[in-house]
Design a protein. Structure first.
Length: 95
């Protein structure tokens, strides 16, 4: 079984988002997010897991290792630099 850090990193890379961009969207430091991906933080807060899941468009269950597949759970595509402007604005503001 992979760790939460490995799953977060895999989902982030699949979305084409850098650590700095994900950290900015979550409102945390790049260092804190890096520590999560490197498994230095093994028990992140529920709000952080939910935030990561929403930004990356995967389920919290996937990140926690309760699901083996990264099922898409959002109706709005995850924001990326290549996403249309209205999607980026919507995903960034959380509307």
């Amino acid at each position: 079984m992979s760790t939460i850090g490995e799953r977060v990193k895999a989902a982030r890379e699949k979305c084409g988002i850098h650590q700095a961009e994900l950290a900015r969207r979550l409102g945390c430091s790049v260092n804190a997010h890096s520590m999560l991906e490197k498994n230095a933080i093994t028990d992140p807060r529920a709000s952080r897991i939910i935030g990561i899941a929403e930004v990356l468009g995967v389920s919290a269950d996937y990140l926690l290792g309760l699901q083996d597949t990264a099922a898409i759970v959002t109706t709005t595509p995850p924001a990326s630099p290549k996403a249309p402007r209205q999607w980026r604005a919507k995903a960034t503001t959380g509307d």
